[in-house]
Design a protein around this ligand. Structure first.
Ligand SMILES: Cc1cc2nc3c(=O)[nH]c(=O)nc-3n(C[C@H](O)[C@H](O)[C@H](O)COP(=O)(O)OP(=O)(O)OC[C@H]3O[C@@H](n4cnc5c(N)ncnc54)[C@H](O)[C@@H]3O)c2cc1C
Length: 455
């Protein structure tokens, strides 16, 4: 069986659903193929944060941000390893994408908050699963987008004469099916956080990290494009995220009490890192420990800074579900963790003294990045969150132009092949700013659709 459309979109997360809808609005027909039973991928599981700068929500909250400052931060966080043209494309399109999403009924929380890598608060939050569902429904309503689930794309088809990518083969109900693309194929099929073999190949340090992310994110897009000679970018910089409960699988989100003032101790009850660092760097440090796990410890003052609407700060729900442990004293905490009470007491005493003096020997100067005053840990009850590192996403992938067209290993565009979202590399560089992955999926989904329509 063969079906045909202007655009074949592989993957139904944020990048794919944005691209299909945007393509339809540019007058194209699109078939979106999703290999799982449900759309959403990592996007639906995510914290829903998009890194955006210069929005009216920021202005309303008195936050002074600008696209230029976002650009500066992205390059600084990315350790200047980013592809500047790709970053610039994000900068040029992010505000417009924010408005486009809002115009399509996507609601952003008024609470714009600061997170890792952001020199001013610019985390804009949506309800992610609902957003993907909405974009998919709007795509269908145009009458130009067809969405097929349980269809796993297997290969890219190239025209034997022009070399242009002209379609894909896929399996559907055990049968091989062909989908022809009159204009282009867009790989929006996420990263490879669920492929331990690929993770090991690029970053063996992550072997002990918990694998998270969409179940279907096994690197299919990379492999299909590699077969065609595609290049990659940012592969050595895959990082895990700190704050995942080591054994629980009911709450996929990390807990970042550190960014409200918690300290982190190892199995001996000692601090070992500057907790204000990017949660990616915290993740690396945690994996270097013998057990690859540690504990976030905080007091009632930090607990009260929790925020039930922001999964990483939702302490109450974690307490209710038994993931967050509570104790009346630090001695009790030490007993729970089977560490010497005097060691933990000394760790907290030394930390509080360094908060008072403002010269933490591990270099912590703020709660997160450059924000927030440090606070003493002193008001009972005390709380403990066992934490390890997990790989939510692989912030690297296919090398692309600023218009999301895939490049081959010689730097030449592969005609007819585009990539958006987590399948693409080059944008994050050496490290990732909170919100820039979901943001990238939305922004480059639109960029790709526009470029394909124009091409
Ligand atoms: C728990 C969690 C929290 C996160 N929080 C944030 C956050 O708050 N902010 C942020 O910026 N980033 C966050 N991230 C990362 C971010 O969610 C992802 O990078 C982003 O959503 C990727 O979007 P995407 O559309 O590229 O891919 P996805 O949303 O993963 O969609 C890819 C889709 O392609 C499908 N697919 C794969 N292979 C095939 C194939 N062969 N054929 C057909 N379909 C295929 C998959 O099944 C999947 O549905 C988080 C990730 C996780 C897991």
């Amino acid at each position: 069986m063969t079906q045909e459309a202007d655009l074949i979109v592989v993957g139904g997360g944020m990048a794919g659903t944005v691209a299909a809808l945007a393509a339809a609005e540019h007058g194209l027909t699109a078939i979106l193929l999703e290999k799982m039973a449900d759309l959403g991928g990592s996007s639906a599981l995510s914290g829903g944060v998009l890194a955006l700068a210069g929005t009216d929500l920021q202005a309303k909250a008195g936050i002074n941000d600008s696209p230029d400052l976002l650009r500066e931060d992205l390059l600084e966080v990315g350790e200047q390893e980013n592809d500047v043209a790709v970053v610039d494309a994000y900068i040029a399109n992010q505000l417009d994408t924010f408005e486009w999403l809002r115009n399509h009924g996507v609601e952003f929380s008024d609470n714009v908050w600061a997170s890792s890598g952001q020199s001013v608060p610019r985390s804009h939050t949506v309800e992610p699963a609902g957003t993907v569902r909405r974009l998919a429904a709007l795509g269908r309503e145009t009458g130009k987008v067809e969405i097929l689930r349980n269809v796993a794309v297997q290969t890219l088809i190239r025209d034997p004469i022009t070399d242009r990518v002209i379609g894909v083969t896929a399996t559907q109900d055990g049968e091989e099916v062909t989908f022809n693309a009159r204009k282009a194929v867009l790989l929006a099929c996420g990263g490879f956080s669920q492929n331990p073999g690929l993770i090991h190949r690029f970053v063996p340090l992550m072997d002990r990290a918990v694998a998270a992310g969409g179940e279907g994110n096994t690197g299919d897009g990379l492999k299909m494009a590699w077969k065609l000679g595609a290049d990659v970018a940012d592969m050595p910089y895959i990082k895990g995220t700190f704050g995942k409960h080591p054994v629980d699988r009911t709450n996929i989100h990390t807990c970042l009490a550190v960014y409200k003032g918690a300290i982190v101790v190892d199995d001996d009850g000692k601090r070992f890192m500057d907790e204000s660092m990017s949660y990616k760097k915290l993740g690396d440090e945690c994996l270097k420990l013998e057990t690859a796990s540690c504990y976030q410890i905080f007091d009632q003052g930090v607990f009260e800074l929790g925020d039930n609407d922001t999964p990483v700060f939702d302490f109450e729900r974690r307490l209710e579900s038994g993931l967050l442990m509570k104790a009346d004293s630090l001695e009790e905490v030490a007993g729970m963790l089977e560490i010497p009470a005097e060691t933990l007491a000394e760790t907290v005493r030394a930390y509080n003294a360094s908060v008072d003096r403002g010269d933490d020997p591990l270099g912590r100067r703020s709660v997160v990045h450059h924000h927030g005053e440090l606070r003493r840990i002193e008001h009972a009850p005390f709380y403990v969150y066992p934490s390890t590192t997990c790989v939510f996403g692989t912030y690297c992938g296919l090398a692309v132009t600023s218009q999301a067209q895939v490049l081959d290993v010689f730097g030449a565009p592969i005609e007819g092949l585009f990539a958006a979202g987590e399948t693409m590399g080059g944008f994050h560089g050496g490290a990732y700013m909170t919100g820039s992955a979901l943001g990238k999926a939305a922004v480059f989904g639109r960029i790709a659709a526009r470029a394909i329509a124009a091409g």
